[in-house]
Every structure is written in structure tokens, then in C-alpha cells.
Design a protein. Sequence first.
Length: 207
Amino acid sequence: MAAAAAGPFSLREVLDAFRRCVTEQREVLLEPYLSGWRGLIRFLQSLGAVFSFISKDAVSKVALLEAHRQQHRFVSLQALVQHELAAGPAALRARPDSGCRTVLRLHRALRWLQLFLEGLRSGEPRTSVLCTDAYNASLAEHHPWVVRKAATVAFCALPSRDAFLEIMNVGSAEEAVAMLGEAIPYIGDVYGITQELFAKHKLLDLP
Ligand code: 1PZ
């Protein structure tokens, strides 16, 4: 962990974290989940100040979840959900700082990521188009107009596909694309398990 943080950042760390997330019992482990998010945030921060309103929100959500994880010693997402549901669904809905509503925001963003990475892999050179399409198919419906507007403006500042593959820092463009092919199913798996868990407990619309 410390060694990885000392070297130059590579998006491979994010792949490794999401790979470690899912257990044989199909539980989502919180420690690698939050590590994966920290890696994504560092990557986002390296893209420049235009994205800082996005990374700031992600940073605060990861910090809240990390505090919950440490306070209650949650190992898995399932344990967190179980714990918060024990107070009753009404109490959970009334809490603006619950782990569940916070995970739900990151969960929706993970769907964006999955779609965006699939697009990047497909070869479409216009990253802003890929990003906008992925956003409109995932997060946009959950955001008010002003956030959608700001996000769409920021997307125009995205580097080109080639530059993007390069700053991922996993080698040549071919190697970067191969890594995406490897990473997408892991991210999809985490997304799918979380979606099922939240649907089962009727948590997909937590305010
Ligand atoms: C590579 C380009 C990055 C584009 C990232 C695409 C996502 C755009 C999201 C715009 C979010 C704007 C900031 C604040 C949003 C919050 O209002 C919402 C709802 O939270 P609430 O207000 O209910 O507490 N936050 C979110 O939806 C979570 C957004 C997390 C975005 C993380 C993106 C990580 C990107 C990794 C890049 C490799």
C-alpha cells in the first residue's frame, strides 16, 4: 500500500482494488472499495482544477464512509447496510449522513465509470462525447440542472483519448486498452452486487 502510493500513480491500482472487492460469498469489501475510490479521485485530481468540484464531493463521501467503516468496524457493504437498516427504514431515510445514501451516490458514479471506460475502450476518440453519453445514461437523472450544466462544461476540458490512455500510466495505448478490458468486468461485478443489495432493501431512491 505505502509502496504503491510512493511511486507514480497508475490506474492499475484502481483495477487491483476493485479486483479485491468481491469475496467468494459475493460480499463487497469496504476497504478495497474505498481504496479504489481514492485512486479514482487522485486520477481525477490530476486532470486539473476544472474537475475539483467533482473530486471535492467524492472526497467528502469517501471520508464519511471511511469514518463509518472505522467507527463500526464494518468489513463489507452488506454489514453497513444491515447495521443502518436495523434502525428502521424511516430513520434511515431521514439521515443525510447515512452510509447507505452516501454509497448510493458513489454507486451511481460507478455506473458512469463503467460506461465511460467501455466507451474509451471502444475507440471513440472524442472523450467529451463519451463522458457526456455515459453521464446522461447514469448520473444525470439524479442531478439538478445546475450540476448537470457544470458537469457538461467540465467534460469539454477532458484530454483526448490518446492523452487519456497515456496518463492512466499503465504502458502503451494497447496495454491501457487491455487493462480497461480487464478492469471493466470487476467494476461491473461490484456495481451489480450493490445494485441487487440496494434493490432488495428498497434503498435505490434514498434522499
Ligand atoms: C474523467 C472525468 C470525470 C467526470 C466525472 C463524471 C461525474 C460527474 C459528476 C458531477 C458531480 C458534481 C458534484 C456534486 C454532486 C453531488 O450533488 C452528487 C449528489 O450527492 P448529494 O448532493 O446528494 O450528496 N454527487 C454525486 O453524484 C457523486 C459524484 C461522484 C463523482 C465521482 C467521479 C469519479 C470520476 C473518476 C474519474 C476517473
